[in-house]
Design a protein around this ligand. Structure first.
Ligand code: GLU
Length: 442
């Protein structure tokens, strides 16, 4: 059976790192199995859903290279939920309730006060047909709950958490439909997973109790129950997903100069027993994906670690993927020369200025000025002018090590450190290099 996974964000905000991680893992799970990864826009909450967020979700997935093999949206599938609801109603698996939010809150408080779990008491099940007619006459529409079957424990073998078992009597019958006819998340999601052939539901552990309820919905709807896996949540270095981190979309990372491959490499591995490595090759990363390496402890997202992975990824990036982001005139040789010095691609500008000039003037001692004068005279242009120059100077002056190299670097770039001079010098060019050496010698 083809593996089909889905990422099902509600478009009520930007994707944050926690959502991105879930999307990535679903993408990897499908990719590894040669299956399909679906994007499902969970937009049954018309009031809070926004089209701009749908667009930003698509754009973020594209930037991350997590292309879905199909897209669905719940607001276009309301007829399917209606049909499923009718099935459940005919089977007596949904029932009408009228408690107000306030009444429910009061019931909860009473139970909690007695030290009991705040489970819905099913009072509405006792209502007679006459009661329902009376409510309707008052103009009060019911909301609907799913009737959990209390006869057998709910069990599944979780891809991350192992064997899971729930006593349905310890769960409230969930509200599936509001009095205004709109849907809550749980039923539409189960309907979609069945109809879209989803084989694997991989999501955050905050959904574990939803899964318990949904397992019964899948069965009641006659569909196969997918495999479930619940990953531990992602937290920031502060120990929780901070407001800032929880609100950052992909463009915040992009603007900071974070490469999608860095974010992907990090999010693929945190919270697993595999080491975080700067793996830019997506197929290589996918090949190592393994739910059994996922731990139960929260995955820690550390900005400093992201920066380290980013720098290491930048050092591997080829010219083609970055060419549009490089300073004008910078070619492949230029990119290769500066790449090892960058933490972010955007810093290429700073280093490229060493090639194009003007460079910062440096004060030299008389002795170094004489040395640089000699350098200007000995400069000869060939395949490898830097090694030719330093070899000639070593012989002519007896200098070696730092006194041999540093004045040259400073005269040629205005700096004490930077890209490999052997790569930089050919880019600076013969005339400009000689002019810089002569000017430093003056
Ligand atoms: N829309 C739900 C959420 O964002 C989807 C959860 C799920 O993957 O089923 O929490």
């Amino acid at each position: 059976m083809t593996t089909i996974t889905r990422f099902a964000p509600s478009p009520t905000g930007r994707l944050h790192v926690g959502n991105i991680r879930t999307a990535l893992h679903n993408w990897m799970l499908a990719k590894q199995a040669g299956g399909r990864f679906l994007l499902r826009i969970d937009d049954t909450d018309a009031e809070r859903s926004r089209e701009e967020y749908v667009d930003s979700i698509r754009a973020d997935l594209a930037w991350l290279g997590l292309d879905p093999n199909g897209e669905e949206r719940q607001s276009a599938r309301l007829a399917h939920y209606e049909a499923a609801f009718e099935t459940l109603r005919a089977a007596g698996r949904v029932y009408r309730c009228y408690e107000t939010a306030l009444e429910l809150e009061l019931k909860r408080k009473i139970l909690l006060g007695r030290g009991l779990p705040p489970i819905y008491d099913r009072a509405a099940l006792a209502l007679t047909e006459a009661d329902h007619v009376a409510k309707a006459a008052e103009g009060i529409a019911p909301h609907w709950r799913f009737h959990l079957d209390h006869d057998e424990p709910i069990a599944w073998d979780d891809g991350v958490r192992g064997a899971q078992k729930f006593d349905p009597a310890q769960l409230s019958d969930p509200v599936v439909r509001r009095a205004d006819g709109s849907w809550l998340y749980m039923l539409p999601s189960a309907v979609d997973d069945i109809e879209m052939g989803v084989t694997d539901v991989l999501r955050g552990e905050d959904h574990v109790s939803n899964t318990a309820v949904q397992v019964q919905m899948f069965t009641a709807l006659g569909g196969p129950v997918p495999r479930f896996a619940h990953e531990a949540l992602l937290v920031g270095s502060e120990g929780k997903l901070s407001k800032r981190l929880g609100a950052l979309g992909c463009d915040a990372f992009r603007e900071r100069g974070i490469e999608p491959e860095a974010l992907v490499a990090l999010l693929a591995r945190i919270g697993t027993s595999l080491p975080v490595e700067p793996i830019a090759d997506r197929d290589a990363l996918v090949a190592t994906f393994d739910l059994s390496t996922f731990g139960r402890a929260p995955a820690r997202f550390d900005d400093a670690e992201l920066e380290r992975v980013n720098a290491a990824i930048v050092h591997q990036l080829g010219f083609a993927p970055v060419r549009d982001r490089l300073p004008s005139g910078m070619d492949e040789a230029g990119w290769h020369a500066v790449r090892p010095n960058l933490s972010h691609v955007g810093e290429a500008d700073e280093w490229w200025r060493l090639v194009t000039g003007p460079i910062a003037p440096v004060d030299f001692t008389d002795e170094d000025r004489a040395y640089l004068d000699e350098a200007a005279r000995l400069l000869e242009w060939g395949d490898d002018p830097w090694h030719a120059l330093t070899a000639a100077l070593k012989q002519a002056t007896g200098r070696k090590g730092k006194p041999l190299f540093l004045p040259l670097r400073r005269a040629l770039t205005g700096m004490d450190h930077g890209p490999d001079m052997a790569e930089l010098l050919p880019l600076i060019g013969e005339n400009e290099a000689r002019a810089r050496l002569e000017s430093a010698a003056r």
